[in-house]
Design a protein around this ligand. Sequence first.
Ligand code: 26Q
Length: 794
Amino acid sequence: MASTSSPNFRDALLRHLTYTMGKDPEHAQFFDWRMALSHAIRDRIVDTWVSSTRKTYQQDGKRVYYLSMEFLIGRLLEDGIVNLELVDEVKEALTSFGMDYRTILDDEPDAALGNGGLGRLAACFLDSLSTIGCPAMGYGIRYENGLFKQSFVDGRQVESPETWLQEPHPWEFERPEVLLRIGFGGEVNYENGKTLWRPSEMIEAEAFDTPICGWQGKWANTLRLWAGRAVDPFDLGLFNSGDFAAAAEHEALARTISRVLYPEDSNEAGKELRLKQEYFFSAASIRDILRRFESAHDDLRELPNKIAIQLNDTHPAIAGPELLRILHDERGFSFEEALEITHGCLNYTNHTLLPEALERWDERLMGRLLPRHLQIIDRIDDAHAKANPSRTLSARSDGQVKMGELSFIVANKVNGVSALHTDLMKQTVFKELHELHPDRIVNQTNGVTPRRWVHSCNPALSSLITESIGDEWVADLEQLRKLEGVIDDKGWLDRFMQVKQNNKQALVDYVAKSHGVVLNPNAMFDVQIKRMHEYKRQHLNILETIAHWQEIKDNPHADWVPRVKIFAGKAAQGYYFAKDIIRLINDVSKVVNADVETRDALQVIFLPNYNVSLAERLIPASDLSEQISTAGKEASGTGNMKFALNGALTVGTLDGANVEIREQVGEENFFLFGLLADEVMQRRMIHDHAQQAIDADPRLGRALAALRDGTFTPEEPGRYNHIADNLTWSDYFLVCSDFSDYWRAQREVDKAYKIKPKWSKMAALNTARSGWFSSDRTIRGYMCDIWGAESLLA
Ligand code: 26Q
């Protein structure tokens, strides 16, 4: 992997330390080195960026616009270094100044502009779009405060604000010249046969651009994030009259629109500010897209041939009515023609079937904030009803605007994110709309970028793979299949497992240093990391852990397979049940880890503040990946793919993309358990399903009893009664019904782990056969089936 000579890079680093940071190497802090390094890397990315942008304009092919409320990017410096293949140069240059590579990289805060899967998917897509050379742009919001920081006080989650922008952010370019006025409220007037919306409030959207560089620095696209600004930041009248606070108030109000990311990942809160955020960034993006199109073309009817807009869930759904409004009210197209153009441009990705997560807005709220859009939504409904007279399906009904229905009706293509999820969309939430438009729904199974999730987070595995099959796999992940040719070589397999062992040791060192807990590196690392949610069933995991601990205590000298149970994940602030599960896991951890009788066989730890960077440490060090959602509830999952790629085995239900992972890696290399999606629906019909399951499995009964009798909370025995009650009397997510089969699967896991050669081969086969889960494959699918876009790389 050749690159430019190191003296050059060393010079660039020193130049930025001196002239950008104004520091002498003698006195520079880690921060100064990181900034200097970031600028040196950024310079090279900018060269690619400028040439990619030029080529995009010259070729005038179809452009893709990815609209997303969330981009969970994580750190960017290592990404840049890795993509430009400058790792050795950078290490050498830093070492020559006495600086440590890892220390400098770890100084960067995560850009946590997302909640979880949906936001991280958007970030992986940006990486793949640039790697493939698809002319594309991401649009989102430049939140001043990303997802809250999580810490524990007495085992309880405590949130504090995340402040990634308090330090200068070297990756963005402010574009003060790109300032768009976004209106809210006001009234709709009819003048000279035209409809005119006169908003009563204006906020300006200012653009901030971040270049996103693809693999080997061949192409770079733009992520454009909008920040709220006051149109008239300072009321001079008020200022002159001496009311300085009131003079600045307007500015403060405008800025709140991009102040904070809503930390809810599955519960529609119906908050006015959230709707304002959605319209703010959708409208700014649509305006920007049209302006760019009109600078080079004069016939807006060409729009669907030149652009494709992807709505990442319904959060930007208002972009549809906004585009329609501009075409009809401002550009003079008939409503029908405006609708046709809009329909040709927009596509919608659904990420959830959970009823409580489907966005719905009160029509009074929408009518107050966006009066013209509400009228347009009615006309969309009318047009749809006219074209489909046999049905009465509408986006607006029962006093609400249903953003899923609206998106479906407006969109050209609608997609689900795994095969099972797409099927369920057709059978449940969008059943009737699917019958009317049978060609509209397509599947695009999610993927993850192999650059971040293998090559860069697991450098030792990456080297071993490259040594074995060459380096093309990084941009062509299905080449990992070639590893099947070397897996039967005992020497190779030993090296593969040695990589895992070293990664586990590195995690042990990190946890010891940062949390003061010493984990057993020879135990199986069993990991569940994701947002806390009942459907994801962290409580099934902890119940099985309790039952397992009880069994070990019954017979402490038996030949137990040692395990370390690792949890991490945030709960939404107001989701009390999820927060109580965090506390329960922390309480169990305290008791179990202190038990000298069982300590060698079982440890439990909940790591605080799960984020992208922590995932990058945990996944390469995992033996077992917990993907145990109630079947039919997890749309896809993407963590599941990262684990499999890094050689962890999955214990999981047939849910989301688990189904496809199992198909790819082979059923003998996957620990399956649990009810299937249709069985879940059947099981719920049995009124005492939980009670029956408890009666049938004494282990479950005993674990639940431990929740009630204060085993883990001697100071407050009743603390978890409500969890035990919920599981016994309601158990919507079928924790009890799946418990016995989960227990069985876990014992199979133990058995397999005991036979080292067997486990090693299964793990290696997971790596070798997971190449299909590259987000490059996913993006090619979107380009071909949805966007009709082409790569501009030769
Ligand atoms: C909606 C309204 C108001 C406030 C917040 C929200 C909101 C925000 C985020 C609703 C949902 C989300 C995020 C959903 C999400 O992350 N879904 C996950 O998407 C992944 C990528 O497709 C899938 O792999 C996961 O299965 C799915 O849960």
